[in-house]
Design a protein around this ligand. Structure first.
Ligand code: SF4
Length: 490
């Protein structure tokens, strides 16, 4: 399962934006490792450097120095729509009659092809098959007839799907979140300006203060030279559709989303996991690093109550928390290994059990998800080979039964082990002594949301957007493209 993209935008008072953008992209590197880029504007012209690779590889001093201007946007990308080549690397930049545009997109449109066909018929020439270029062209067209705010509103009325955008229009920087707020985007205040970023960890990196999340359907326009920001609530939806996997998996644990520290959310999910499906074993251990916060919360809760929900006796310490699997930090993440054989080898390279923690013990292994089941199978086998008497798996999220169309590279339905297997069948397939997942109600409860305000598409098979061939969990429809969605008075 792969993170999608990270976006950032800054407007500063008299200081070049390139270096702060570069540091912010470093803070967002976990959200995309395929390409990185920065677009700035110096009041006269736009500057851009975009290339394939990690932030540290894409940018050297010689690349940052020419990026003049105190306003700009940045992007790290893992490809989710469009080809895996430099034509889809972002920010996407374009110059047109009324100025220049830069666009960074996190998410995925579900009606990009329809809009591309329509614009192509009007003479727009596309250089990539990505959906970001579609948004840029649509916005550029609207900017020929409308002011900036109305042009963005018109484009928002036409595109359907998941998006958190940072946009530069000449030296003005904007941030937009789709009406259901599927992907995160927040505003931060810096010593000499403002920043928009996918996660608050990027704001921390620049010694800034988190102001708040950008609201679903909101356009935020950063003031020139870092002077404040304006807010426009352009579109309202009845419900939000926040991706619950941001809290469970994608976001950095030190980021704050919806006023909650991601690390704390994960610990609380772990506590709930104990309450729902705790099992008394000698030791609880996380799959590093993904299961750590869940295991910590799970083990904490296990010191207070028994697996039956009774208060523990004073002389009963409950379940011991231990790090039983050591991670080799110099091995790449398994998801960049394209074949099954390579993925299997990667698990053995990445994790090594500590024999004294495992041998002769009953073990609960905690992780945040099971996608194909390959890693879980290998970990259970590793622990048993190391002398574990029993291995029980607990997962801090519900079963992933369906793919994601909102920008997560999650494997196909056929590859997802839970798409056609019951929990019992998965337990047998990974050879665990028991297996339990957290319920969707528990996720909603811990995140403090109604179920309908979360996207649960990959764990229910019902999506918050109108996706061809799939079920929806709410009353949503693709916009029709056969005419402007706004009247002249809107
Ligand atoms: S389908 Fe799953 S991963 Fe995709 S946006 Fe919804 S909750 Fe997130």
């Amino acid at each position: 399962m792969t993170e999608k993209c990270g976006v950032v935008g800054v407007s500063l008072d008299g200081r070049d934006a390139a270096r702060p953008l570069y540091y912010a992209l470093y803070a967002l590197q976990h959200r995309g490792q395929e390409s990185a880029g920065i677009v700035t504007h110096d009041g006269f012209q736009q500057h851009s450097h975009v290339d394939m690779g990690l932030v540290g590889d894409v940018f050297g001093e010689d690349d940052l120095d020419p990026l003049a201007g105190s306003a700009g946007i940045g992007h790290v990308r893992y490809p989710t729509a469009g080809s895996v080549d430099s034509s889809c690397a972002q920010p996407f930049s374009v110059s047109f009659k009324s100025g220049s545009l830069g666009l960074s997109h996190n998410g995925n449109l579900v009606n990009a092809d329809e809009i591309r066909d329509e614009l192509a018929a009007l003479g727009h020439a596309f250089t990539s098959d990505g959906d970001t270029e579609v948004i840029a062209h649509d916005l550029a067209r609207n900017l020929l007839e409308e002011d900036l705010v109305r042009a963005v509103k018109r484009t928002m009325g036409r595109i359907h799907g998941s998006y958190a955008l940072t946009i530069s229009h000449d030296d003005t920087v904007l941030g937009v979140r789709d009406p259901q707020g599927n992907r995160p985007l927040c505003i931060g205040e810096l010593e000499d300006g403002y920043i928009l970023a996918s996660e608050s960890a990027a704001i921390d990196t620049l010694d800034g203060d988190l102001v708040r999340d950008v609201r679903p359907g909101e356009l935020v326009v950063l003031g020139e030279d870092g002077q404040g920001f304006d807010s426009y609530q352009l579109v309202e939806a009845d419900n939000t559709a926040h991706c619950f996997f941001e809290h469970v998996y994608f976001a950095r644990p030190d980021s704050v989303i919806d006023d909650t520290l991601v690390y704390e959310a994960r610990r609380n999910l772990g506590r709930k996991l104990w309450a729902e499906s705790g099992v008394e074993t000698d030791v609880v251990m996380p799959v590093p690093d993904s299961g750590r916060a869940f295991a910590s919360g799970y083990a904490d809760a296990a010191t207070e109550t028994t697996a039956d929900g009774e208060a523990r006796d004073q002389d009963d310490d409950g379940v011991e928390f231990a790090e039983g699997l050591m991670k080799n930090r110099y091995v790449g993440r398994t998801f960049i290994m394209p074949t099954q054989d390579e993925r299997e080898r990667a698990v053995r390279l990445k994790l090594n059990p500590i024999k004294s923690t495992v041998e002769g013990k009953t073990v609960t292994l905690i992780d945040d998800s099971i996608v194909r089941g390959t890693t879980s199978t290998q970990l259970v086998q590793l622990l048993k080979d190391c002398g574990a008497e029993e291995v029980h798996m607990r997962i801090g999220a519900p079963e992933i039964v369906a793919p994601c169309y909102m920008g997560i590279d999650m494997a196909t339905r056929e590859e997802l082990i839970a798409s056609d297997k019951s929990v019992g069948e998965i337990r047998d397939a990974i050879d665990a002594d028991s297996l339990a997942y957290l319920s969707t109600d528990a996720v909603a409860d811990v995140l403090g949301k109604e179920r309908i305000d979360l996207c649960l598409g990959c764990v229910t098979g019902e999506y918050p957007y109108d996706i061809e061939g799939e079920e929806t969990d709410r009353d949503v429809h693709r916009p029709t493209l056969d005419g402007p969605t706004l009247s002249a008075d809107d």
